[in-house]
Write a protein that binds this ligand. Structure first.
Ligand SMILES: Cc1ncc(COP(=O)(O)O)c(C=O)c1O
Length: 488
């Protein structure tokens, strides 16, 4: 994964700030400001950034974002950036919403903390009821966590304990797709399909099995011109994997509605219907990992609603609070809850801060904003314009594919458009880490240049964005990608 900012290759060749003088506010502090220098020094000395080569910042500036407003965030010097990634697929309602922050503050003064171990509190109850009313099918039970990794971890643990409870104790394996990211804790990492971020932590918990993803741009030759056929093949690979492993040993399949890692792979038509059929045939639990795809990212509260399938479990996090406080969880079907509803049965799992009162209050206020401003409607009304604006980039020789749905897009970069040849590791290193990440940031756009699969630029802006923001993203990317091509 690339860092968003690689000061080793700072600005000399980056395009000038497209936002012009407005990008830096008048009287804004410059790099020599003592407060900025002190914070930079403290960051370099004490803070450990996630998935980041810390050496990149040994001599360069750490990007410090100090505030946000609407679709934009601002750094220490007052420079403005369009938040084209919603932070990290989180800030659905945008930044600086006082009413949501105040809902958290009010809850903090009333009851800042009480656990969900044996007790309940009003905001967790209200939120669980509200989420159940929004979810597909009979996903009526909410188990809260604090993050997406914990949600994924919880879903696997529930699947294992459920099968022990119903007399199928040999079921423990989990299927997931190549290059898919499902989190970093040991269990979630075992489900994650990215070899490079797993290798340092092997051996991981056993039972993770990979199946193909739905990257149609890189589909095998025999289905390369047949999207539905490709979808059928990719779904049937799940059946083949279940049969290969032995159905009596398989507990669950974990799939995102649109796979993020690799650069936004939407499901081909018919894919999820077929997967649902296969899971039912072999008694395997279908987990829809919607840590990114829920809460409006695809124009629906849940991604599974967009593609019309009913999972047995939905995992969520990120957008449930739009990041105003941390929260995650899983929504579970009545069937999976049943063995835990009677007698002495207990799901032997929990974390201290799960369903935190402040986070729950914030989530309720976040969902109020969704309703008051019809954010799902905004995504549905504007997604065609978003796609059309990004597709303009197709005229650039470096742009191989533009794909996604809703407000969730990946732009795959290629060395040769005709043959779809990708970049070598070395070229990718120079292009993404050495130039693109820094140049896009310098040009005033937060997005992600990711090379965990083939190199892609990823975009997932706040759900409040409209055509003017799409145009701004396109213009910045056009300028930076044109420059990138000239350097190859
Ligand atoms: C699909 C998916 N699952 C799980 C996770 C892990 O979530 P977290 O970073 O909150 O632990 C992520 C994070 O991006 C994700 O995209």
């Amino acid at each position: 994964m690339t860092t968003p900012h690689d000061p080793g290759h700072a600005a000399a060749n980056a395009p000038s700030d497209p936002l012009g003088p407005a990008a830096a506010s008048d009287g804004a502090p410059g790099s020599g400001d003592p407060a900025i220098l002190a914070m930079q020094e403290a960051a370099r000395r004490h803070l450990w950034l996630h998935f980041t080569r810390m050496s990149s910042y040994a001599d360069g500036e750490v990007p410090v974002i100090v505030r946000g407003s609407g679709q934009y965030v601002y750094d220490q010097k007052g420079k403005r950036y369009l938040d084209g990634l919603s932070g990290l697929f989180v800030s659905q309602i945008g930044h600086g919403r006082k009413e949501v922050a105040e809902a958290g503050a009010l809850q903090g003064s009333e009851l800042a903390y009480f656990p969900l171990w044996s007790y309940a509190h009003p905001r967790a109850i209200e939120l669980a009821e509200r989420l159940a009313s929004l979810a597909p099918g009979d996903l009526n039970r909410v188990f809260f966590t604090t993050s997406g990794s914990e949600a994924v971890e919880s879903a696997w643990k529930l699947a294992k304990q459920y099968f022990k409870a119903v007399g199928e104790p040999a079921r423990y394996k989990v299927l997931s797709r190549d290059i898919a990211y499902h989190g970093t804790s040991m269990g979630a990492l075992a489900i994650t399909g990215l070899p490079s971020i797993k290798e340092p932590f092997e051996p991981l918990p056993p039972g993770g099995v990979r199946v193909p993803n739905t990257n149609f741009y890189r589909a095998p030759g025999f289905v390369a011109d047949d999207l539905a056929g490709f979808g059928r093949w990719a779904a049937d690979e799940i059946e083949r994997a279940i049969l290969r492993e032995g159905p009596e040993s398989v507990a669950a399949v974990f799939l995102e509605p649109v796979q993020n890692s690799g650069g936004c792979f939407p499901p081909p038509p018919g894919y999820f219907a077929r997967v649902r059929e296969i899971c039912d045939r072999y008694g395997v639990i279908l987990v829809s990992d919607e840590v990114i795809c829920a809460f409006g990212r695809l124009g629906y509260y849940f991604g599974s609603q967009r593609y019309n399938y009913e999972p047995d479990i939905i995992t969520f996090a990120k957008g449930v609070t739009s990041g105003y406080a941390p929260l995650g969880g899983m929504m579970v079907s009545d069937r999976l809850m049943e063995p835990f509803s009677a007698g002495t049965a207990t799901f032997l799992h929990g974390v201290t801060f799960a369903g935190h009162p402040v986070s729950s209050a914030v989530a309720l206020a976040n969902l109020d904003v969704f309703e008051q401003e019809d954010l799902l409607g905004n995504v549905r009304a504007n997604e065609a314009a978003f796609r059309a604006t990004l597709e303009k980039l197709h005229d650039l020789p470096i742009v191989g594919d533009v794909r996604g749905d809703g407000y969730f897009y990946g732009i795959e970069l290629v060395k040769d458009k005709a043959t779809r040849e990708t970049f070598s590791d070395d070229e990718s290193e120079r292009l993404l880490r050495g130039f693109l990440s820094q140049a896009v940031f310098d040009a005033g756009l937060i997005c992600r240049a990711d090379d965990r699969g083939d190199p892609v630029i990823q975009l997932a802006p706040p759900l409040t964005c409209g055509p003017e923001h799409f145009a701004e993203m396109e213009q910045i990317l056009r300028s930076v990608l044109t420059e990138a091509w000239s350097r190859i």
